[in-house]
Write a protein that binds this ligand. Structure first.
Ligand code: BES
Ligand code: MN
Ligand code: ZN
Length: 489
């Protein structure tokens, strides 16, 4: 979809030629733009009960009287007079849902409030259109033929065309990253093995000129990644350790490093999970998918920074060769780990990747992982769990998430929580008690991150949706991209 900025003529919205006009409308009547032909029409609709002024409500109008557009979908935003990003995104999502089965050559998106569309709102609106139009097709040939919206024009304000243009360019890059992450995470385990994950990284590297290196089992053994190997050894699928590098600044500039959990299927291993909903563990590479998504966005936008992506990828399966509860393994850091529960595998593959990250002398390292069910209990499906001993980094990530509508919430890392990981047989156990499970998982990772500024995002609750709308969300690509763009020189 091409996105461009459009200026309205003297008659405003009514003069706009389009196959579809998406009109976002403030819920408060007084906040509507004045002196335009369409307000009478919508006042009538409101009076007739066809358009309750409540956030999320929509009205479809075919060949609306007095408008040049062939169709119009009105989406009611929240109460604020200003077009906040959150409002715009929600109104877009509900409006697009009405017509997303149809293809259009030209769609115009307009804000019906008095205040101009802000850059952030424009950004959010474009991301929302692109995500609402996403549909998974890779293993579902029976899904409807791809509908296309060829062009999206944003009705802008004259004073700020350049700002809007930059915002929409960023939005398109973020949306492409989000949708790539969704396509990766949605693919079932047999269609998206560690090998496929590595191929996807290689393809990205080809498309955008990244450096890519994939270490195989031999290389990983030679390095001494005993924790990662302990997880991978129950599966016949070869493990992959993926290293992606983007150079957008001088070589000497310390890179940011993203580490993504790449478990392409998590059965729990010998500590086998219950059967119900085990299929959802194909999403256990959501962290890895988000790293690829971020690289997609960064590749498009070419900011002045250096970025490394590390993805330890394997399956977690039971077999005669699988790691057993009680086994002790030696991590790349030299610290030994008693594997009390083979289902706490994410931290085992991540700890070796975190140690590997030291060699890049990073400015900051952020790991992203569908790490604990306890995070879902703590925060539900709205905010990701955010951990960092570094206040500046924590605040920067939290703010980036809020701004990008991909929010996270900081949780503690007090030393007292570390007690839970004590083991009589190794330097640490890989699980503590059930209480505070989201924190003890983070405490485990903290033991491997002393050499640099580090943050951890537990995305178990936000990486996918269950139920009727089951599928990957592409989170937290938007948060991470927002953060990285803010860090660029
Ligand atoms: N991949 C899971 C975490 C998970 C669970 C994500 C549910 C999304 C939904 C992780 O590998 C895991 O199994 N964690 C265990 C840890 C426990 C054994 C300490 C968990 O959360 O139950
Ligand atoms: Mn697990
Ligand atoms: Zn897992």
């Amino acid at each position: 979809m091409d996105v461009r900025i459009l200026q309205a003529g003297p008659e405003g919205l009514c003069s706009i030629q389009a196959d579809l006009l998406l009109l976002l409308l403030p819920a408060r009547r007084e906040a509507w733009a004045e002196g335009q032909g369409w307000t009478d029409l919508l006042d009538e609709a409101v009076a007739a009960g066809d358009l309750p002024l409540k956030a999320g409500r929509t009205l479809y109008l075919h060949r609306p009287a007095g408008m040049k557009a062939a169709r119009c979908v009105v989406g009611v935003a929240g109460d604020e007079a200003q077009s906040t990003a959150r409002d715009a995104a929600r109104a877009v999502a509900s409006a697009v849902a009405v017509v997303k089965q149809q293809g259009f050559a030209k769609v115009v998106l307009a804000w019906g409030g008095q205040e101009d569309l802000s850059d952030d709102a424009a950004h959010a609106a474009v991301v929302a259109v692109e995500s609402a139009l996403y549909s998974y097709r890779l293993t579902k040939p029976s899904a409807a033929a791809v509908v296309e919206w060829k062009e999206l024009a944003l009705l802008g304000n004259k004073a700020n065309t350049a700002g809007l243009r930059a915002a929409t360019r960023r939005a398109q890059a973020v949306a492409a990253g989000v949708n790539l992450a969704r396509d990766c995470a949605n693919r079932p385990g047999n269609h998206f093995t560690p090998t496929h994950l590595a191929d996807e990284a290689r393809q990205l590297a080809r498309d955008f000129g990244f450096k890519v290196e994939v270490l195989d089992r031999k290389a990983v053994e030679k390095l001494g990644m005993g924790a990662f190997l302990a997880v991978a050894k129950g599966s016949d699928e070869p493990l992959q350790f993926i290293v992606l590098q983007y150079q957008g600044a001088a070589k000497k500039v310390a890179p940011r490093v993203l580490v993504g959990k790449g478990i392409t299927f998590d059965s729990g291993g010998i500590s086998l999970k219950p059967a119900a909903e085990m299929d959802e563990m194909k999403y256990d590479m959501g962290g890895a998918a988000s790293v690829l998504g971020v690289f997609r966005a960064i590749g498009e936008l070419q900011p002045k920074l250096n970025l490394i992506g590390l993805i330890p990828a394997c399956e977690n399966l039971p077999s005669g060769r699988a790691t057993k509860p009680g086994d002790v393994v030696t991590s790349l850091s030299g610290q030994t780990i008693e594997v009390l529960n083979t289902d706490a595998e994410g931290r085992l593959i991540l700890c070796d990747a975190l140690t590997y990250a030291e060699r890049f002398k990073p400015a900051a390292v952020v790991d992203i992982a569908t790490l604990t069910g306890a995070c879902v209990i703590a925060l539900g499906h709205q905010r990701a769990g955010l951990f960092s001993p570094d206040d500046t980094l924590a605040i920067a990530l939290q703010e980036a998430g809020d701004r990008a509508l991909d929010p996270a919430w900081r949780l503690p890392l007090d030393d007292e929580y570390d007690e839970a990981l004590k083991s009589n047989f190794a330097d640490m156990a890989n699980v503590g008690s059930r209480a505070g499970g989201v924190v003890t998982a983070a405490m485990f990772l903290k033991r491997y991150t002393k050499a640099y500024r580090w943050a951890h995002l537990d995305i178990a609750g936000v990486a996918w949706k269950s139920g009727a709308a089951k599928g990957a969300t592409g989170r937290p690509v938007a948060l991470l991209t927002q953060w990285l763009l803010g860090e660029a020189g």
